[in-house]
Design a protein. Structure first.
Length: 398
């Protein structure tokens, strides 16, 4: 087990004056505080004793029913009906716990686990204590390379994938790639663990149907309330085939008995009467404006040989430094200029690209984005001769 690179960087961002593009935190401006205040009062008044008592390990029944219905509604809107039995929904203490439970149930020492290139650092952290052997599957802006998956699939316990606005790259898997991946995984007998914490945060168009809706018996689906409501609640969920659900439930019972029942009831109270359908569009509008501000600032400030993508949703974009530069070496120089980011190497299971970096655009104001991107561009220009191994004579003399 190793410390999270991101958590260590977040300690740096606590320094006064630092503009941080590092954290994967949702904007606190999106937290529906008034709705939660009212829900807390209602829950305590109407059902306080049960809310403060131990509860079922599976989760609060009305919340599980809401998850099943909402996923079915969204899948129908995307064009693929998906019927979910609430008995297949397990409420977890954040989606990070879902990763931990899946690791405990599906991974033995030296098991092969397939991951995207790059992939979510938190998943690597959750899986690593079980001592798997990671196999990185080639990936591009459209998603997993299905031919490379086929070449590496033999003996794999599962494939872990984030199809929508992936952390760290912000890429989304195309419909054609999803269809091909789903068919290939079913043919090869490779279960898919589909992590979808950002799927609701689309900017212009609803993402294609989930992988799980295409093959429910071959997938475990993960979701979260952290990005649409508030991460401090630590509420996530998974949807699993009945063949494995009972084992995941046993692992959950051993881990913490149950997710806090008070939090579950508060969220169920907030979500009733269609609240999420009114609330999430305000998040999308805010994040889209911040993404646009960062894209404009990058175009205005960055050297011509720095590249980046344009995410269609989510919270991140993925940038690449010029040839010969290293994002880890650049970070302290950027911090000296009061701006922070996450070096991309941390997100690779192997063969990391040292030139990549992740930028989060959702917690900074437009003014802060403009200042921070300008400072980062300045750090890149000043660092290029040193980091590229081309130091000028004046630097060598110093």
């Amino acid at each position: 087990m190793n410390p999270s690179v991101i958590r260590e960087i977040l300690k740096v961002t606590e320094k006064p004056g630092i503009l941080s593009f590092a954290g994967g935190l949702p904007s606190p401006r999106t937290f529906p505080i008034e709705a939660f205040a009212a829900a807390c009062a209602t829950v305590l008044h109407t059902d306080g004793r049960a809310a403060l008592q131990y509860a079922a390990s599976e989760g609060y029944a009305p919340l599980r029913e809401w998850v099943a219905a909402d996923l079915g509604r969204q899948s129908a809107l995307a064009g693929l009906p998906w019927h979910i039995d609430p008995a297949q929904v397990l409420i977890t203490t954040g989606s990070q716990q879902a990763l931990d439970l899946i690791a405990k149930i599906l991974i033995d020492k030296d098991s092969k686990v397939l991951v995207e290139t790059p992939t979510y650092l938190g998943a690597l952290q959750a899986f690593t204590p079980m001592e798997p052997v990671f196999a990185s599957v080639a990936s591009d802006a459209e998603g997993i390379d299905v031919d490379d998956l086929s070449a590496k699939a033999a003996g794999a316990r599962f494939l872990y994938v984030l199809p929508n606005f992936q952390n760290p790259t912000g890429h989304s898997m195309s419909e054609a790639r999803r269809a091909a991946l789903s068919a290939a995984a079913a043919r090869l007998g490779v279960p898919i663990v589909e992590d979808n914490p950002y799927g609701d945060l689309w900017f212009d168009a609803l993402p294609p149907p989930t992988l799980t809706a295409r093959n429910p018996d071959g997938c475990i689906y993960m979701g979260s309330f952290s990005k649409t409501l508030a991460p401090g609640l630590r509420l996530g969920f998974l949807v699993a085939p009945k063949s494995i659900y009972s084992k995941l439930l046993q692992a959950k019972q051993a881990a913490d008995l149950h997710t806090p029942s008070f939090n579950q009831r508060i969220v169920a109270e907030v979500l009733k009467d269609g609240f999420i359908e009114r609330h999430v569009p305000t998040i999308r509008a805010l994040y889209k404006s911040q993404r646009d501000a960062m894209l404009a600032a990058l175009s205005r400030e960055m050297p011509a040989d720095v590249t980046w993508n344009t995410p269609d949703g989510g919270m991140f974009l993925w940038a690449r430094l010029p040839e010969g530069m290293n994002a880890v070496a650049l970070l302290p120089r950027a911090v000296e200029k009061n701006v922070a980011f996450v070096p991309g190497a941390a997100f690779y299971a192997d063969n990391a690209d040292p030139r990549c970096l992740r930028l989060s655009f959702v917690t900074a104001s437009v003014e802060q984005i403009n200042i921070g991107v300008a400072a980062l561009a300045e750090a890149i220009r000043e660092s290029r001769p040193i980091l590229a191994g081309n130091e000028p004579a004046t630097v060598e003399a110093a």
